[in-house]
Design a protein around this ligand. Structure first.
Ligand code: EPZ
Length: 430
């Protein structure tokens, strides 16, 4: 199993090109189930999760190929995926697949919409929380779906003639339930209104792609989506938006080590809450043409308080990295995690490196320390792993991160990107 070795203490300096967003690429790929034409997705990050979803879609009947990269810019451009779901020959998403990648549960909506039936395994819990899917199912029921649970599977059927528009009002904001219901409603008969929809930039990206495919959607990027169902969708060409979580992670890495890095392609509006907070902490952020410049000189960071929230609030997917960054502050910062009940797995690992963090329920107090010391640590989930990388970059001596496959699920070529900015980081393959 691969490990990553980091020798800390180097300031980061240079340019990092931000990849396409994993959390947009996944539902965009799933959207290809809605048409028999080809959906061409550009700037898709080359990540374990994305390739795994490609295999899952093949199982449903999608012809999935990766075309060449743009000549001359091989390193900086994502992949181009061609997805054609001419015929869906299997409407079952088995446990072995959904349990490995939760986002594959989102095939439920499109399969129901196009094939009028689906059998999709319940995903189960994961390292960051129980993560139920009740909101997905309640939402789809509002579109007329009949849903039963059997042997750990959701067995769903559309009424005769297919799903019909309805009013979905979510009691709490869920990214996945919004994706699932949006992807189902575009082919439902009549109008659907989704209230209290998540408005994460990745949902806007999917909605814009669906519009290119012929869907009728109003209220994109807001908490209320209005969808007028159409009979069929067509192929389209769409470029995946840049990954705000990757950009935020590197911004926090620079803030932690000190230095000066241009995040090429980063879109400031998609991570404003994180940028504001970093500025409050004393990090210099400059929005420039084509990206964001992040720098910190020799002055220490100031402590700040943050609560994770749905977009446009501070993202839970940056909470772990934020903690690692604030270990460099003079004083005590605090975090309240409001989205997932168990998203502090990185704390014990950071403490192995000398971090001072006190946990109490959904809150954590992070007290800046004079130095972190390199150690052997274990990646527990994707974003937790990123916080360990930040810890390793500032720690004295060597840090070895085990279970790197978590990182590979969501950070494209992380060693390469950080090395190019002066970090001493290498992959130890076994
Ligand atoms: C998406 O997960 C992301 N995953 C997560 O990123 C991200 O952390 C999360 O949204 C929040 O922003 C992808 O985009 C692939 P939710 P999702 O439904 O859709 C509760 C990463 O590291 N809930 O918005 O699963 C749920 O338990 C991943 O890239 C219900 O109660 O998140 C949680 O407390 C990790 N019932 C809250 O809502 C439901 O039916 C928000 O979850 C659904 C959700």
């Amino acid at each position: 199993m691969d490990r990553i070795k980091i020798t800390g203490g180097k300031r980061l300096k240079g340019t990092i090109a931000i990849s396409g967003a994993k959390n947009a690429a996944l539902p965009l790929m799933i959207a290809s189930l809605l048409t028999s034409d080809t959906l061409t997705l550009k700037n898709v990050p080359n990540l374990a999760d994305v390739l795994q979803l490609g295999r899952i879609l093949r199982n449903h009947g999608t012809d999935f190929t990766i075309s060449g990269k743009r000549p001359g810019k091989k390193q900086m451009q994502g992949e181009t995926f061609l997805l054609t779901s001419r015929d869906i020959w299997d409407t079952t998403a088995p446990y072995e697949m959904v349990s490995k990648m939760r986002a594959s549960f989102w095939v439920l909506g499109p399969l129901l919409a196009r094939e009028h039936k689906a059998r999709v395994s319940l995903p189960g819990g994961c390292a960051i929380g129980t993560r139920p899917v009740d909101l997905h199912l309640e939402g789809l029921k509002k579109l007329g779906a009949k849903i039963e649970l059997e042997d750990g599977y959701v067995i769903a059927r559309a009424p005769r003639g297919g799903l019909k528009g309805g009013k979905i009002s979510f009691p709490l904001i869920s990214v996945g339930a919004t994706h699932n219901c949006l992807l189902a409603s575009v082919l439902a008969r009549g109008e659907t209104v989704i209230e209290n929809a998540a408005c994460e930039p990745e949902i806007g990206d999917v909605a814009r792609c669906l519009v290119k495919m012929g869907a009728k959607i109003e209220g994109i990027d807001t908490h209320t989506l209005k969808i007028e169902g159409v009979d069929q969708l067509e192929g389209a060409v769409h470029t995946v938006l840049p990954d705000r979580i990757e950009a935020g992670t590197y911004a926090m890495a620079v803030a932690a080590t000190g230095g000066d890095v241009f995040l090429e392609g980063a879109v400031p509006e998609t991570l404003q809450a994180a940028l504001d907070l970093m500025e409050q902490a004393g990090v210099t952020i400059k929005v420039k043409k084509g990206g964001i410049q992040v720098s910190r000189g020799r002055t220490k960071l100031k402590p700040v308080h943050v609560e994770t929230e749905p977009f446009p609030g501070f993202p839970t997917d940056l909470q772990a990295q934020f903690m690692a960054m604030m270990l460099r502050a003079k004083g005590t910062s605090s975090v309240r995690e409001t989205i997932f009940e168990n998203r502090f797995m990185h704390v014990a690992e950071l403490m192995r490196m000398g971090a001072k963090i006190a946990l109490s329920g959904d809150r954590a107090e992070i007290t800046g320390v004079d130095e972190l010391i390199g150690a052997q640590v274990m990646a527990t989930d994707l974003r937790a792993s990123a916080s360990l990388v930040i810890g390793g970059l500032v720690a004295r001596g060597d840090t070895i991160i085990n279970r790197v496959y978590h990182l590979d699920r969501g950070f494209e070529r992380i060693e390469e990107k950080l090395s190019a900015c002066g970090a001493k980081i290498e992959r130890l393959s076994e």
